[in-house]
Ligand binder design. Structure first.
Ligand code: GTP
Ligand code: MG
Length: 213
């Protein structure tokens, strides 16, 4: 494929995890395409989208992976996490149960993947302040306990969505050498995943789906 010709300076795989309906797909849609869907359907399987951002004058391609929060729709877990260097672990500030699930998601992340250099705890739907169930302090203190960055976002009104991804991307950038992540084996692995996907457009946005079992 022509666009795999090696022109990218950096390619980072970032996974988004968290319970169903916390807003993972909408965070990704806001980041990748500046879109929001009020009636989005539960994700089935796995998708990813790519956006190029600039860090210190360098072009960084963020390949962000989104999967189903619902167990029955989740695709093979190890493939989802393979090669990920960043993670957004998302809960919904209006649903305490989604906050309580965070430790379970972190356990899975740590079991499946030992390459994550930057992790962000994300409290989404901060536009729904009137029905908040998780305080900012609770979010902050969990993040401190677990060694994560912390941010509250709204995919609906865009608040902090770019920030959430950019902090993770910058941290990865600072932690890893170009040599490691731009190595041929790493690129090959991501291209293999991509090759199985569906090319949605010619402009850096691709989506990869696989059916649930
Ligand atoms: N008010 C508000 N609603 C949101 C926000 N983000 C997502 N939603 C809504 O929450 C619902 C679930 O959003 P999704 O992005 O599909 O959730 P998900 O985490 O991808 O869910 P699964 O794919 O099932 O894991 C949808 O109705 C969205 O419109 C937000 O920031 N604010
Ligand atoms: Mg989804």
């Amino acid at each position: 494929m022509a666009e795999e010709g090696g022109g990218d300076e950096y390619l980072f795989k970032i996974v988004v995890i968290g319970d169903s309906a916390v807003g993972k797909s909408n965070l990704l849609a806001r980041f990748a395409r500046d879109e929001f869907d009020h009636n989005s359907k539960a994700t089935i399987g796995v998708e990813f989208q790519t956006r190029v951002v600039e860090v210190d004058g360098k072009e960084v391609k963020a390949q962000v992976w989104d999967t189903a929060g619902q167990e029955r729709f989740r695709a093979v877990t190890s493939a989802y996490y393979r090669g990920a260097v960043g993670a957004l672990v998302v809960y919904d500030i209006t649903r305490k149960d989604t906050f309580h699930s965070i430790k379970r998601w972190l356990d899975e992340l740590h079991t499946q993947c030992d390459t994550t250099f930057a992790k962000m705890l994300v409290g989404n739907k901060r536009d729904l302040e009137n029905i908040r169930e998780v305080s900012v302090e609770e979010g902050k203190s969990l993040a401190e306990e677990e060694g994560l960055f912390f941010i509250e976002t709204s995919a609906l009104d865009s608040t902090n969505v770019n920030n959430a991804f950019e902090v993770v991307i910058r941290e990865i950038y600072e932690k890893v050498s170009r040599k490691t992540l731009n190595s041929d084996p790493y690129k090959k692995e991501l291209s293999t995943d991509r090759a199985r996907g569906i090319d949605l457009s010619k402009q850096n946005i691709r989506s990869f789906s696989c059916c649930s079992r």
